[in-house]
Design a protein around this ligand. Structure first.
Ligand code: GDP
Ligand code: IMO
Ligand code: MG
Length: 423
């Protein structure tokens, strides 16, 4: 049985959490493969809204096992908070949530290093969520990191101390004023580690291999989006992991020839939170409307998301890099009421018109070339079938499918599980 992937195709917050929750009904296992608590994945059902950061979005389904893969970085403190918030749902956490021994741990000093690095950059800051993601992946690739499996060894506290001491020395190298009380942070950390140790640790690559052999259906859940990928995103304004399809292979130990469908998810417009280039960004009333109607505030940091028109140059790039086989369009309901919509179909790049995603998309190099299409006025949020969708929205969908050469299989018309139209 092949492993299907679900990935964000823009700068994150496309609606991955909602769709994974919807799709979990058809899967036995949901597995997160990268990122950490920088993610905020929102689910809504039965009048409840829930935001997950590290725990996969299949957790609310009785049928599914959720795996936190080796490619994920775990902050025990945030993880514990997520677990506490799940208590009222009476889930059998030890059976339903399995954690890879190879996943790396975010230490309190990783978070401090993130803050020190950002503060030292001044205006050039990445706009990190300050969850310690960059420093943790640096320790991973630098071969200094601590892994979940280390917590099963008797000398883990020693290992922790050595690494934290090194981090403290590094923090003092930054010429910035970071106030912290490490003893207090450590007390929280040790308490949270104790809670983490009560959970089920596994060799997740072996678990997934055996599950596949038994014919279990597996969906890999991405975090962030393709344009935040460490290699293919808008570097350096990216996150520190491979958010694209290849990341699922390394982040779970699934071989490339075992990947089945690649489900790519995008908003009907574009958002970005944090710094970095964004060619179709709007600074006018239209952008303000998208932000207000779409309630575009970061699920992890609460920061307002920057909003703009759909960028097909960027989206085509993401579709190609990931090998997307089916698309899902989210938040079409937010665009109801616009007379005209713009879609960026090319860039004016250093005086030349191009339709590929270039090395540098900074505003001084790139101006978007737009195609205008008709908007729709109808409220979509109560629609339940494709034949109810307004003609102008269907024209928008058909236009995008033609440009992207991949079918749009799901049209989402609201945040709730039920507001999902399958085509
Ligand atoms: P993720 O990080 O990709 O899981 O996305 P987030 O949860 O950070 O952000 C998506 C936001 O849009 C959440 O608040 C969702 O509840 C909401 N959402 C998802 N799909 C739709 C939709 O089709 N319409 C509207 N209006 N909101 C949606
Ligand atoms: P989900 O999974 C949107 C952005 C941050 C910042 C940059 C680097 O909810 O889609 P980091 O904390 O990784 O050092 O931040 O990446 N970012 C996200 N933006 N959604 C996310 O996750 C993000 N995770 C990180 O805003 O610009
Ligand atoms: Mg999010």
């Amino acid at each position: 049985m092949a492993v299907d992937l679900l990935l964000g195709l823009q700068w994150g917050d496309e609606g991955k959490g909602k769709i994974v929750d919807v799709l979990t009904a058809n899967y036995d296992i949901i597995a997160r493969f990268q990122g950490g608590p920088n993610a905020g994945h929102t689910l809504e059902f039965d009048g409840i809204k829930h935001v997950l950061h590290t725990i996969p979005s299949g957790i609310f389904h009785k049928n599914a096992v959720n795996v936190v893969g080796n490619g994920v970085v775990i902050d025990p403190v945030i993880f514990k908070k997520e677990l506490d918030a799940l208590k009222k749902f009476n889930l059998d956490i030890n059976a339903k949530l399995l954690i890879s021994r190879k996943a790396h741990l975010i230490l309190p000093t990783h978070r401090l290093l993130d803050a020190a690095s950002e503060a030292s950059k001044g205006k050039a800051k990445i706009g990190s969520t300050l969850k310690g993601i960059g420093p943790t992946y640096m320790d991973k690739t630098g071969r200094n990191g601590m892994r979940v499996g280390d917590l099963e060894l008797s000398d883990w506290k020693e290992k922790y101390r050595n690494l934290a001491n090194k981090h403290e020395a590094m923090i003092s190298f930054y010429d910035v004023d970071i106030q912290y009380d490490l003893a207090e942070l450590e007390a929280d950390f040790f308490k949270a580690v104790a809670a983490l140790k009560d959970l089920t640790f596994i060799d997740s690559e072996e678990y997934l291999y055996q599950a596949q052999k038994q014919g279990k259906k597996i969906l890999a859940e991405g975090a962030q989006g393709s344009l935040l990928d460490i290699d293919f995103g808008t570097y350096p304004f990216v996150t520190s992991s491979n958010t694209t399809a290849a990341g699922a292979c390394t982040g779970l130990g699934v071989a490339p020839n075992q990947i089945g469908e690649v489900k790519g998810i995008f908003k009907a417009y574009t958002t970005r939170v944090g710094s970095g280039p964004f060619p179709t960004e709007l600074f006018d009333e239209d952008g303000e409307t998208m932000g207000r109607v779409g309630n575009e505030f970061g699920a992890t940091t609460g920061r307002p998301r920057r909003c703009g028109w759909l960028d097909l140059v960027a989206l085509k790039y993401a579709v190609r890099i990931n090998g997307v086989t089916e698309l899902m369009m989210m938040k079409g309901d937010v665009l109801s009421g616009f007379d005209k919509l713009k879609v960026c179909t090319a860039y004016n790049y250093k005086g030349e018109q191009i339709d590929h995603f270039p090395y540098n998309i900074e505003a001084e190099n790139v101006t978007p070339v737009y195609t205008e299409v008709n908007g729709w006025k109808e409220d979509l949020t109560k629609m339940t079938a494709a034949d109810q969708l307004p003609k102008n929205l269907m024209d928008y969908i058909l236009f995008l499918e033609k440009e992207l050469e991949v079918p749009i299989k799901i049209v989402s018309v609201g945040p709730d599980r039920t507001q999902t139209i399958h085509r």
